[in-house]
Design a binder for this molecule. Structure first.
Ligand SMILES: NC(=O)c1ccc[n+]([C@@H]2O[C@H](COP(=O)([O-])OP(=O)(O)OC[C@H]3O[C@@H](n4cnc5c(N)ncnc54)[C@H](OP(=O)(O)O)[C@@H]3O)[C@@H](O)[C@H]2O)c1
Length: 240
């Protein structure tokens, strides 16, 4: 799936990995980038990036806004389900509402956006979907087990979509970042990879048809361990 001259939609495009993806897509010659944002304050920033950027107001918690996507986006080559929340919820201590919040945005939100945009993706003979899971979606990190569970659901959704959409020529990519320098990780005491580096690696792997994408320094170590021994990865994450 080539980025050059493609039409791409990125959710959560106003900051972090999402904004870095928009900037890299511009560099790589995408023809049109639908960039979703939640707060009205972010619209003009996105509009001023480049005339190829089309800002769209989208809150993953608002199903009526998601339903409108099919009217605003007639045709699409690549969908990147990037928007997500991280609640550091311990699975035993969090309230059910906290745990449901992670699932609502990370899993149900991304699934609803995908369903709304499938007709636009199916208009093309080939297309791609990339879902931002996490290394914590491959094996749980117990101190934020709620987030891990929601990202495991994204991993499972990715596998499910891959099977369902193969015959339509839609490739489905799972993205499993470790710590990337964004607002999500700013309070964590961990080494991070710059968002621009992670975004560049994500797009290169989509172009190369890589199904499991490990875009940063930590995930590049964790990914091979997951692929060779999921049990060893679980054991190494148990202390987190
Ligand atoms: N950074 C990391 O280390 C890391 C590691 C693993 C996975 N990830 C995943 O990578 C993705 C991007 O993360 P990031 O680090 O760039 O995070 P970030 O800087 O916190 O940005 C999150 C983005 O998601 C948007 N968003 C959150 N809830 C939303 C909702 N209900 N509706 C619409 N947009 C919503 C935010 O919009 P607002 O600005 O309006 O809040 C923001 O644009 C996420 O799915 C995250 O789980 C990140």
């Amino acid at each position: 799936m080539k980025i050059l001259n493609s039409t791409v939609l990125v959710t959560g495009a106003n900051r972090g990995i999402g904004l870095a993806l928009v900037e890299k897509l511009l560099e790589k010659g995408a023809a049109k980038i639908y960039a979703t944002y939640r707060s009205a304050n972010d619209r003009s920033m996105l509009q001023e990036l480049d005339e190829r950027v089309v800002p769209i107001h989208l809150d993953l918690g608002d199903r009526s806004l998601i339903a409108q996507l099919s009217q605003s986006v007639p045709s699409l080559d690549i969908l990147i389900n990037n928007a997500g929340i991280f609640s550091a919820a311990d699975i035993l201590e969090a309230t059910e509402e906290q745990l449901r919040n992670d699932f609502e945005t990370n899993f149900f939100g991304a699934l609803a956006v995908t369903k709304a945009l499938l007709p636009a993706l199916k208009k093309n003979s080939s297309a791609a979907i990339a879902n931002l899971s996490s290394i914590a979606g491959l094996a749980s990190m117990p101190s934020f087990g709620g987030y891990s569970a929601s990202k495991a659901a994204v991993h499972s959704m990715t596998q499910s979509l891959r099977g369902k959409l193969k015959a339509d020529g839609i490739s489905v990519h799972g993205v499993y970042p470790g710590p990337v320098a964004t607002r999500m990780t700013e309070k964590m005491d961990m080494e991070t990879t710059p968002a621009s580096v992670a975004a560049g690696n994500i797009l290169e792997d989509i172009e190369n048809g890589v199904e499991e994408i490990f875009p940063d320094t930590m995930s590049q170590q964790v990914g091979p361990l997951f692929l060779s021994s999921p049990k060893k990865l679980e054991q190494s994450f148990a202390a987190f």
